[in-house]
Design a binder for this molecule. Structure first.
Ligand SMILES: [Zn+2]
Length: 273
């Protein structure tokens, strides 16, 4: 507390860009200690918001399709993240999946009807889990928040209030997070490692990109960010597979080898409230 007061008085004593530099430096050292808690809090606030909007599905036969895949991915991914991964089905119109800091992964029910096979679905889930492991969302939100504060010239807040501000920003952008191509590609590669370790063919992600390339623009969902048709990402995945034959050689690149996935039509859904 004493230290924080000292920091605050230091901050108010210094003006302009210098202030910002000091504020960011102390913000970063604080998040080194509180980073995980900040991620948990952000995730909880997004959860509360989705729940309040009546989007989170509490029970549905669709969970019977999702759970075995989510469990297998979690077994492989969990050692790489400090909070438990939890998968929730949500009801939205656009097929999508998104992960928030803190370990929650949201799978839109229509995605279960959109994917052509198990591997496309697991590829998407592994990609989202990789964003969480890389702390991509919190990094992006922090960056955008720093830019915003630079514009208004405000000092950076520390502690829970900061997590709250980042959570509000995240809720506003949940469906339009724009990561850089490199951040997306990195999530693809880590995701493919996770899928391969969980014994799901990581070529599923490549097949999904190819489906996107063949789809009409009007049919494209906002899935896997704004760069779904990016050949660079497919090339990076293929290179990654070639470079680690011990991990990837056992998997076929042929979509005809895919495991069919079928979700029960018109499955009933009960919502959390
Ligand atoms: Zn992504």
């Amino acid at each position: 507390m004493r230290n924080k007061t000292f920091k605050n008085s230091m901050l108010s004593a210094i003006a302009g860009h210098c202030l910002l530099a000091v504020a960011i430096a102390s913000g970063q050292s604080a998040s080194a200690d509180q980073g995980q808690d900040q991620e948990l809090q952000m995730g909880q606030e997004v959860f509360n918001d989705l729940k309040a909007k009546g989007e989170i599905i509490e029970s549905s036969p669709l969970y019977d399709q999702l759970r075995p895949l989510a469990d297998a991915i979690t077994r492989v991914a969990q050692p790489r993240y400090n909070h438990p991964f939890k998968f929730y089905l949500v009801h939205e119109t656009q097929p999508n999946a998104f992960a928030t800091p803190g370990g929650n992964v949201y799978v839109v029910d229509s995605l279960l009807y959109f994917v052509k096979n198990t591997e496309e679905l697991t590829g998407t889930l592994c990609h989202e889990v990789a964003h969480t492991i890389h702390h991509d969302t919190v990094t992006l939100m922090e960056k955008q928040e720093r830019l915003r504060r630079r514009e208004v010239g405000a000092a950076v807040l520390l502690g829970p209030t900061r997590a709250h501000i980042l959570a509000i920003a995240l809720i506003g952008k949940l469906h339009s997070l724009s990561y850089s191509r490199d951040v997306e590609s990195r999530a693809d590669l880590t995701g493919s490692d996770i899928c391969a370790s969980a014994k799901y063919n990581p070529w599923g992600l490549v097949w999904l990109f190819q489906d996107f390339q063949n789809a009409r623009p009007s049919e494209l969902p906002q899935l896997l960010s704004d760069h779904p048709d990016d050949q660079h990402r497919v090339d990076a995945l293929k290179k990654h597979f070639r470079e680690s034959p011990s991990a990837f050689a056992e998997f076929s690149s042929d979509p005809m080898s895919a495991k069919p996935f079928s979700a029960p039509r018109n499955a009933p859904e009960a919502f959390m409230h």
